[in-house]
Write a protein that binds this ligand. Structure first.
Ligand code: NCD
Length: 356
């Protein structure tokens, strides 16, 4: 019933989501006393990239469950700075703790960590690939505010290419139907195929747009995102993309009265400050749900106890085509294909190619 790790929501069963959601609601409403649920347990938070909400909501979640927390928010503070491999860091931290949250700028790192870990690994963002616990937060927010995952008009705006929260969200909605997604981006920042193909094949409609104005009157949800400066090859490339889509009070005049404006945060310049005072802006409430859903996740995954990592055979004569993939940086990692599509890399979903 329970997953061993949380790397990609595609691996999560509906039963697991239902348990998470009902546990998170019980905690939020004060109906579930969980103050000792993780007593004696230790959570490691390994953040190779900056974070406010994800890192501290996980830490707060563990402390509220009666557990303890250790870890780093700057990899230069530990032996990573001396060149230690991801595999060795994970083996060591999995001996010192009971659950491990990892964020890395390198795509596929969380999956790589799960191959060597004796404790549950939670993906808190792997480069521009996925961010499943943000999506759990988004799903809880949508359930609470809209009461349904079907029949919604959902605008997703900004950096759909590099925004890992967008990729996880679009993939998660493949399990629902009857929604229309308005994908608002420049052609350069359009969503990658792996996030779009399954959504297009699902019973949801996808409309690609080049402005917020063109679709805002129909929207039930507008999911704004930041242009991911740190993922661009140069400052000039970033400057060409920033500031193209800005949600302001003027645009909101033609929006529905019950529009829900979501954002994973941090926001930079894509939402004008006056929008914060509009009752339709729900992003601060959304961040709060993130703590409850992470408490539920830690409670459920901690039931797993210690795991035995199994030895995985790599494909010979193949490599991942993406230079951003962890397999091209940590060379000892076996090259593995996804189970559902043997042409794609199991770590980062880019295409596999011949290495000869
Ligand atoms: C997001 C992330 O890190 O991907 N933030 C978050 O975790 N809430 C979004 C972003 O950085 O733009």
């Amino acid at each position: 019933m329970f997953n061993s790790h949380l790397i990609d929501l595609a691996d999560m069963s509906d039963i697991f989501w239902d348990s998470l959601y009902s546990t998170a609601c019980g905690i939020k409403d004060g109906e579930l006393d969980c103050s000792q649920a993780c007593k004696g347990r230790i959570l490691s938070t390994l953040f190779y990239e900056p974070s406010t909400r994800t890192q501290f909501s996980f830490q707060s979640a563990m402390l509220r469950l009666g557990g303890n927390v250790l870890g780093f928010s700057n990899p230069n503070d530990c032996s990573v700075a001396k060149g230690e491999t991801l595999r060795d860091t994970i083996k060591i931290m999995s001996a010192y703790s009971d659950l491990l949250v990892i964020r890395s700028p390198v795509e596929g790192s969380a999956y790589a960590a799960s191959l060597y870990s004796e404790i549950p690994i939670i993906n808190a963002g792997d480069g521009g690939h996925l961010h499943p616990t943000q999506t759990l937060t988004d799903l809880m927010t949508i359930a609470k505010l809209k009461g349904s995952y079907t029949g919604l008009n959902i605008g997703v705006c900004g950096d759909l290419l590099n925004g890992r929260t967008v990729h996880s969200l679009l993939k998660a909605f493949c399990r629902y139907s009857g929604n229309t997604f308005y994908l608002i981006s420049t052609p350069t920042l359009a969503a990658p195929d792996y996030a779009l193909t399954a959504l297009k094949a699902s019973s949801n409609r996808v409309v690609e747009c080049d402005s917020i104005d063109s679709c805002i009157p129909s929207l039930d949800i507008l999911y704004m995102t930041r242009i991911q400066r740190e993922r661009f090859a140069s400052a000039e490339d970033y400057q060409k993309q920033r500031g193209v889509f800005v949600l302001d009070g003027n645009k909101l005049r033609s929006a529905k009265k019950d529009l829900c404006i979501l954002h994973p945060l941090p926001k930079v310049d894509e939402i004008s400050p006056e929008v914060d005072d509009d009752s339709r802006a729900k992003y601060f409430e959304q961040a709060r749900y993130g703590m409850y859903i992470r408490m539920a996740l830690l409670m459920l995954l901690s039931k797993n106890g210690r795991l035995t990592p199994s030895r995985v055979e790599g494909l010979s004569g193949a490599r991942c085509s993406s230079p951003r993939c962890v397999t091209n940086q940590e060379k000892y990692l076996p090259v593995i294909a996804r189970q559902d599509n043997t042409k794609l890399c199991a770590y980062c979903e880019a295409g596999l190619e011949n290495s000869d």
